[in-house]
Design a protein around this ligand. Sequence first.
Ligand SMILES: [Zn+2]
Length: 209
Amino acid sequence: MIAVDPGHGGDDGGVIHGGVLEKDVNLQVSLHLAAGLERLGARVVMTRTGDDGPFTDPRTSLNLRLYRARQGEAQIFVSVHANSYPDSSQFGAQTFYHPSSVEGRRLALLVQEELVRLQPENYREALAADYYVLRNSQVPAALVEVGFLSNPDDRRKLVDPAYQARLGEAVARAIVRYFQGDVPEHRPTVTRPGPPPGFIQEIYPPEVR
Ligand SMILES: [Zn+2]
């Protein structure tokens, strides 16, 4: 059983750029991810399937997501988000894992590898991060930022249903590889100008990280 967690929802729209709400992108990509996994024979528990949930308190919302995953006896937890940054030139999907989880790291690296196949100009690498759902998941977990809504090119793709489907399929392929015991390919570190690739800005306020 695989837990798919579309980030935000209800009153919590996540980041907003150009009239696009992150929560909507997250849900569409997650639905494609779930469908892709089911086509490949996996069973899926989603933490939300519509624009719903108790979102008055972010931590309650995050705990409910983890609870639903546990109730579904999920073996891994994959949270889907979209990123934002003040510098609109920043682009590219990026996957995060908790530094204490060896298997979470393997999962995140496989997801990142499949996402870079979809967007070859993306130089970002999977990174460790101490985020709430990663830290508190009892099973290996990855948090996927599928692109930057603050970047016009990424945003145009993220609202395209065909691209949303390709994103979902890419993450599904990575998850299948994870369960096959696949090891990510080594990617040499590439030094790039500009802000370090390791930021994640949009997610939750500091008190719930
Ligand atoms: Zn988010």
